[in-house]
Design a protein around this ligand. Structure first.
Ligand code: NAP
Length: 283
């Protein structure tokens, strides 16, 4: 078997075309969706993620503004900046690029963002709403993953979904969203014993660990749907996922590539959340 590739790049491109039309409609009503991105410090990876988000905004007709702060900024100054953006009518989404320097509490910063502008879906209020099945901003990477699975008409209901990784931004929420879609969900993490016993029985396998070639095809059930969230550099400096893609492709029914898989969908769902925020909360 050779797996069908679920291209996040193609799906993202389709969705962004629709989003552009939605922003044009909003503009006709005098509303331009606005996203503020706060970047603290000079981390090159963070800077390139922010650049990609801004480019995607401009292609979709979303106004974006970048607030660059030095890594010497105090937590108080950063919270003050967030407060100003919470009050700014032209801003519908606020995103603080993580990670932050060690002297700033990420929890305090996330909680300072108004839940109505938390387009990353990280605020505890929005996480609570997601857990209880209420309408809210869903965290972008997990949201994008569900969209990718659905885009191929893959049945989630009743399936065994195994999520490897339990971070607050990917593993935990993607498991919750799969549960909401009526999957039976198992989480694996660094303390899981005999992980293969679980992954080998997964109909849908989501891998979010952050280690190149972490998961070989021996861990995958024939015909499984494999979603590779990992973004790693191999020894040659090339971007690779957490899954041995070439091996896994032979036995999976569907697989996401890296690059061009989950990454473009993450940014796309950020744009979606920003547009929804403008539709819902414009004064
Ligand atoms: P993270 O916070 O470092 O979490 C990694 C998870 O992997 C943890 O839950 C950890 O378990 C688990 N883990 C580590 N070693 C393991 C092992 N040997 N066996 C089983 N589980 C193990 O990472 P993250 O933020 O979730 O990101 C994961 C990957 O996805 C990274 O490569 C990141 O760059 C990528 N990512 C991609 C996107 C995208 O848009 N494409 C978005 C976000 C993240 P413990 O909890 O027990 O430590």
């Amino acid at each position: 078997m050779s797996a069908t590739i679920i291209s996040g790049k193609e799906l993202a491109s389709e969705k962004r075309k629709q989003m552009k039309e939605e922003t044009e409609k909003l503009k006709e009503q005098g509303i331009t969706p606005g996203l503020a991105v706060i970047l603290v410090g000079e981390d090159p990876a963070s800077r390139s993620y922010v650049k990609a988000k801004q480019k995607a905004c401009s292609e979709t007709g979303i106004h974006s503004e970048l607030e660059e702060l030095p890594d010497t900024v105090t937590e108080e100054e950063l919270l003050e900046k967030i407060d100003q953006l919470n009050k700014a009518d032209h801003i519908h989404g606020i995103l603080v690029q993580l990670p932050l320097p060690g002297h700033i509490s990420e929890e305090a910063v996330i909680e300072a963002i108004s839940p109505e502008k938390d387009v990353d879906g990280f605020h505890p209020v929005n996480i609570g709403r997601m857990m209880t099945g209420q309408d809210t901003f869903l965290p972008c990477t997990p949201f994008g993953i569900i969209e990718m699975i659905k885009s191929k008409g893959i049945e989630i209901k009743g399936k065994h979904a195994v999520v490897v990784g339990r971070s607050n931004i990917v593993g935990k929420p993607v498991g919750q969203l799969l549960l909401k879609e009526d999957a039976t969900v198992t989480y694996c993490h660094s303390r899981t014993e005999n992980m293969k016993d679980y992954t080998k029985s997964a109909d849908i396998l989501v891998v979010a660990v952050g280690k190149a070639f972490f998961l070989s095809k021996d861990y995958i059930k024939e015909g499984a749907v494999v979603i590779d969230v990992g973004v790693n550099r191999n020894d040659d400096g090339k971007l690779v996922g957490d899954v041995d893609y070439e091996g896994a492709k032979e036995i999976a029914s569907y697989i996401t590539p890296v690059p061009g898989g989950v990454g473009p969908m993450t940014i796309t769902m950020l744009l979606h959340n920003t547009i929804v925020s403008a539709q819902k909360y414009s004064a």
